[in-house]
Design a protein around this ligand. Structure first.
Ligand code: PEP
Ligand code: MG
Length: 900
């Protein structure tokens, strides 16, 4: 532990400063800084976080020398204030507050008015000139102290509703009832005098101890209670959620009390140096005359606006601080400017006016929503307050989400009934009526209804019903489950793995938390948080293209980033949308998605069911023109940009019908027996389909499939090129593990492509490359790169195969892994740098060793995750590819990776 344990501040001086947050906590460091800046701060001192850690490790002991340091600092405060702690004539009172490195709002304890005793009360009454004021302060002290120090810190667990604070509140209510008054301020000095006696008796009766009447006993009691509150229930669970280490500890700030409740010339308030909801550069805040801080928070009185621009809602008609106390308002406004210039960010401040004198009690970087964060960053840069790089770093990439998707209205959300929680697979908000099948979803949507498709899980067969739904909710599956992947691709709100749902699709009911919901019932989803609500929650619309600040920020991001951003898209519509969001190419077109349309699935099934090559070729011929048309559309949408198209990847059984009715329908359509269909489905059944007959293995067994796809791609490219479109096709072979596999498919691809171009009389430049999604491919990348012109890391499969976690089943146990801290993050969401990352790094290095100009990207879901994008930047990839709606997020994250 450092020699110094206590840091003094006050009167334009301080022993600490804003950089010392680790030692002094955020509040302590900023009080020191404000004091140095000459901003009026009530004098005080901070006990370091190291003392807290010592206190915790020694079960409540203080380090040697602490008492002496506290006494010295206290002496300095007394000198500055011209008052003495415990003095009978002019007593100094203290507030004792927690303050960790990062703000943990409301999670730890505070005690105010420390130092009021039977000996000091008369002195304060004489000085304040109001008996009522002093006894009100005293009753507040007894309430807070008995609750925080004598009960909670002593480890006493009161029964629900029987805590000392609640019991005292009941006494106060009794007093108000007997006087026939409603609010505390209507109790007079005599009432309060009686009340404090009742309080003291109650404290003694309940807690079996006298309320301390010695100022130092009060002070040290409060200090240890604040330290202990670091390990209080609320603080511990908040730390777990916010991932704050338990060994940081809290500092304790002991500061001269100033009173906002000393009469009509006193006030207290909170303010933001800019509007935290809109980001507008306008001073914004509220205050209460003749009140203490807790009154502003408690909501028992309506706070007033500090100025005209802050006036809204219930306080609109009330006079502002600017109108009531213009000189003090101007002083506050000057402090606002000083703080912003100094901290170069929006500050959230607390102030108190004591008898016509302004004091600042706190300043910290203010929280803000996404739209406000963007506006502030851009405007502060334009004002010359921060650089472009800083502006880029000021916005969290996820905050862009708020601009890209409609959101549940936070007010309406707060009031809504929470039903269940799942994984936040597709961000934004959605409201709709429950349907249980894809067909119902389609039919209801066609009638103009808004629906939420609720299923155990989804499969490619459900896509027609997923598209028109407002949102998708599944009971099973993880962040790379089919539903999650598809929904994210469309920017659709989606919650998966919502274990609390028990769905009976046949009965069309879902039970959740003992409640039964039926088809047609309304629900609302917060896909950003993964929460499901009952009924209709209000929605806020989104359109980032109208937001000038967003556009500006993205322009700066594009100039600063090194990584290119591509998109995963399989249709011309998605490609177009992604391009509007700033995509610079397609990094993955999953061609299998093109086989599910009603006009295609039959031909696909015919191909799968064919007994020989001739039969397959016949069916493929039907698919060829359809694929070609899709590719032409995509090439046109991406005119001038590269388009990576992947050959068929999933196991074939995914295309076959599994239920009796669809098998019958298919038998009829194809003119074969149901038994034949069943037999084929049976023969294609695999125990481990994800490790089975899929990826390039299909193209090796059935070369005609690859050949048809290459023909469609190159014919489309030639036709588009003839129409003046600049095409850059990149043909990608999936699930390669050896050089020979790729060589086989590459030869087939080149032969087919050359044949097509010769016939068409057009030449287009195309590349043949591969996905790296099998560990063996990463390890043998040097050899594979000899035949691959580009690599695209398929980190969904690579994660699956490196961990040995099934993508489709890991949702069952990954939450336990996260809760038990066996894994730091969901590995299908944020790339596991330590393990999977090594394979990526090795793959790139070895690949470029044999082909220095090898183009490298990523197209797994991680391509849209900011932390993973940072990794992709560091390992020297050329691009990341993500779903269209994540393109802006990736642009910003890539810029942040570059300027960090
Ligand atoms: C991957 O495995 O990362 C990938 C992009 O391919 P898919 O998700 O289609 O298996
Ligand atoms: Mg894959």
């Amino acid at each position: 532990m450092a020699e110094r344990k206590v840091y003094f501040f006050g009167n334009g001086k301080a022993e600490g400063n804003a950089k010392m947050k680790e030692l002094l906590g955020g509040k302590g460091a900023n009080l020191a800084e404000m004091s140095r800046l000459g901003i009026p701060v009530p004098a005080g001192f901070t006990i370091t976080t190291e003392v807290c850690t010592y206190f915790m490790n020694t079960k409540g002991k203080y380090p040697k020398g602490l008492k002496r340091e506290v006494e010295t600092a206290l002496g300095k405060v007394e000198k500055i204030m011209g008052m003495r702690f415990g003095d009978t004539k002019n007593p100094l009172l203290f507030s004792v507050r927690s303050g960790a490195r990062v703000s943990m709002p409301g999670m730890m304890e505070t005690v105010l008015n420390i130092g009021l005793t039977s000996a000091t009360i008369p002195g304060l009454v004489a000085r304040a000139g109001s008996e009522r004021f002093v006894y009100d302060a005293y009753r507040r002290l007894i309430m807070m102290y008995s609750d925080v120090v004598m009960e909670k810190a002593a480890g006493i667990e009161a029964k629900e509703g029987m805590g000392i604070r609640q019991q005292l509140e009941k006494e106060m209510q009794k007093m108000k009832d007997s006087k026939g008054v409603k609010v505390d301020t209507e109790l007079d000095a005599g009432d309060l005098k009686k009340l404090v006696n009742t309080f003291k008796k109650k404290v003694k009766g309940v807690l079996k101890k006298d309320f301390p009447d010695d100022p130092y006993e009060q002070l040290w009691g409060a200090i240890s209670a604040v330290f202990k509150s670091w390990n209080g229930k609320r603080a511990v669970s908040y730390r777990r959620i916010e991932k704050i280490p338990a060994d940081w500890g809290t500092a304790v700030n002991i500061q001269t009390m100033v009173f906002g409740n000393m009469g009509e010339n006193s006030a207290t308030g909170v303010a933001f140096t800019r509007n935290p909801a809109t980001g507008e550069n306008k001073f914004y805040g509220e205050f209460l005359v003749n009140a203490q801080g807790e009154d502003v928070v408690a909501g028992t009185r309506t706070p007033q606006a500090i100025n005209a621009v802050s006036k809204m809602g219930a306080s609109k008609h009330l006079p502002s601080l600017e109108e009531l106390m213009p000189t003090l308002y101007n002083q506050l406004a000057k402090i606002r400017t000083k703080l912003e210039k100094h901290y170069r960010d929006m500050q959230d401040v607390e102030f108190t006016i004591q008898d016509g004198k302004l004091f600042m009690l706190q300043t910290r970087v203010g929280k803000r929503n996404g739209a406000a964060a963007i506006r502030m960053a851009v405007e502060m840069c334009k004002e010359g307050l921060i650089s472009k790089e800083e502006a880029i770093l000021r916005v969290k990439p996820e905050q862009l989400d708020e601009l890209l998707h409609p959101m549940l209205d936070p007010k309406s959300e707060k009031a809504a009934e929470r039903l269940a929680e799942g994984l936040p697979a597709g961000p934004g908000g959605a409201v709709g009526q429950i349907v249980f099948t894809a067909d119902d979803s389609e039919a209801w949507a066609n009638e103009g209804k808004k629906v939420v498709l609720v299923r155990d899980e989804t499969s490619p067969e459900d896509v027609h019903g997923m598209r028109p739904a407002q949102a998708i909710l599944t009971a099973k599956g993880g962040m790379t489950s089919h539903a999650a992947l598809v929904a994210r691709g469309w920017g659709k709100c989606c919650i998966v793995g919502c274990g609390g749902l028990q769905i009976s699709a046949s009965k069309k009911v879902v039970s959740v938390n003992g409640k039964k919901l039926r088809e047609g019932d309304w629900i609302s989803l917060n896909g950003t948080k993964g929460v499901v609500y009952s009924g209709k929650v209000g929605l806020l619309p989104a359109d980032p293209r109208k937001n000038v600040h967003y556009k500006q920020l993205m322009l700066w991001a594009d100039k600063l980033r090194r990584l290119n951003i591509r998109t995963n898209a399989d249709t011309p519509e998605d490609a177009k949308m992604a391009r509007e969001f700033g995509a610079e190419g397609i990094g993955l077109a999953r061609t299998e998605h093109m086989f599910f349309g009603p006009d295609r699935i039959t031909a696909m099934r015919e191909m799968i069911l064919a007994d020989d090559e001739a039969g397959r070729k016949k069916a493929l011929k039907k698919l060829l023109p359809l694929q070609r048309k899709d590719f032409i559309g995509i090439f046109k949408a991406m005119d001038g940009l590269p388009v990576t198209i992947r050959t068929l990847d999933p196991p074939l059984h995914e295309f076959l019908p599994n239920d009796e009715a669809s098998q019958k329908e298919m038998a009829n359509k194809l003119g074969v027996s149901v038994e034949a269909i069943k037999a084929k489905v049976q023969s294609l059944h695999e125990l481990n389909p994800m490790l089975g007959h899929r990826g390039c293995r299909l193209g090796i067994t059935y070369p005609e499939i690859t050949a048809m796809q290459v023909q469609a791609i190159i014919e489309a490219a030639c036709r588009a090129a003839k129409q003046g479109v600049k095409v850059q096709p990149e043909i990608m072979i999936p699930l390669v593990g050896t050089k020979a596999e790729l060589e086989n498919q590459r030869r087939l691809t080149v032969d087919t492509a050359e044949g097509v171009m010769k016939k068409a009389g057009v030449r287009v430049n195309y590349l043949v490359g591969t996905m790296i999604e099998i560990p063996r491919a990463a390890l043998t990348a040097e050899k594979i790169a000899e035949v691959a012109e580009f690599f695209s890391f398929g980190t969904n499969d690579l994660t699956q195969m490196t961990f040995g976690f099934s993508r489709d089943d890991a949702g069952k146990f990954l939450p336990d892994y996260l809760a038990k801290k066996i894994l730091p993050a969901e590995p299908f969401q944020t790339l596991d740098e330590e393990g999977v990352g090594q394979l990526v790094d090795i793959g790139i290095k070895r690949g470029r060793a044999s082909r220095p100009d090898l183009k490298v990207g990523i197209c797994g879901e991680h391509g849209g995750d900011p932390a993973s994008i940072d990794f992709c930047h560091r390992v020297g990839m050329n691009y990341v590819s993500c779903s269209p709606f994540r393109v802006p997020i990736a642009r910003l994250a890539a810029a942040q990776a570059a300027v960090k």
